[in-house]
Ligand binder design. Structure first.
Ligand code: ATP
Ligand code: MG
Length: 213
């Protein structure tokens, strides 16, 4: 019974390695050095597949992978159909925030009930957030470099991930509202959890015991 784990390259791969190690699993190839998309491990029946961060839920939902690690942001945008979300792994931590140019009075715009143009890759999170606040927004979908939108007049505000704030600062933007804390979660295909119950249980338990504080 082979177990397939979907990870994205970069921080999620790096920060999942210690959890895998705690479960006795060593990945045998370095994704930064190899072009392989399927990585073997020291366990003959465990393999890692490398996919785009936003494709992890799709692989797990449809059984292309038995389990995966994805950001809370990605999971909210995709939805949790066909998946269990047994663990918050407390890795890849950052926050989702609203940012504007320093000379835009966000609080006043909200108070006056003005329509605000908001550019973001995270339209579902933004839609829910502004609906909860009763703020009228026109959402503009972007796929990257959100910081550019307020600087060019495409939008007054952006909704984006922030960790240190240095990207915002470099573009003279200010964080005006925190929407939610973000971390990465383990997600498991629902059918796989029934069919491969024992090995998946063991893996989930080992991960649970190794979650960073
Ligand atoms: P892609 O590069 O495929 O478009 P991405 O840029 O969202 O996707 P990553 O940058 O690897 O992919 O981010 C993966 C996850 O890590 C995100 O979904 C988010 O949950 C989290 N994350 C993103 N940026 C940061 C950050 N600066 N610090 C900590 N965690 C982050
Ligand atoms: Mg990125």
């Amino acid at each position: 019974m082979t177990i397939t784990l979907a990870l994205s390259k970069g921080r999620i791969f790096e920060e999942t390695l210690p959890l895998l190690r705690a479960a006795g699993i060593e990945v045998l190839e370095d994704p930064e050095k190899s072009r392989k998309l399927i990585l073997a491990t020291n366990q003959p029946d465990v393999r890692v597949v490398l996919v785009r961060a936003s494709d992890v839920p799709t692989y797990v939902q449809y059984g292309g992978a038995d389990l995966g690690v994805a950001g809370r942001d990605v999971l909210i945008e995709h939805g949790l159909q066909g998946m269990y979300q047994p663990l918050d792994l407390n890795i890849a931590k950052c926050r989702m925030s609203v940012a504007t140019r320093a000379d835009f009075d966000y609080a006043a715009a909200v108070k006056q009930g003005s329509r605000i143009r908001v550019a973001t890759k995270y339209t579902e999170i933004a839609r829910q957030h502004f609906a909860d606040k009763g703020v009228h927004v026109d959402l503009i979908k972007l796929y990257g470099s959100m910081e550019l939108a307020p600087l060019t007049g495409l939008a007054e505000a952006i909704v984006d991930l922030v960790s240190t704030g240095s990207t915002l600062r470099a573009n003279k933007l200010v964080e005006v509202e925190r929407i939610m804390d973000i971390s990465s979660r383990l997600v498991v295909n629902q059918a796989a959890l029934k069919l491969k119950r024992e090995p998946l249980r063991q893996l989930i338990d080992a991960f649970a015991a190794a979650i960073p504080k």
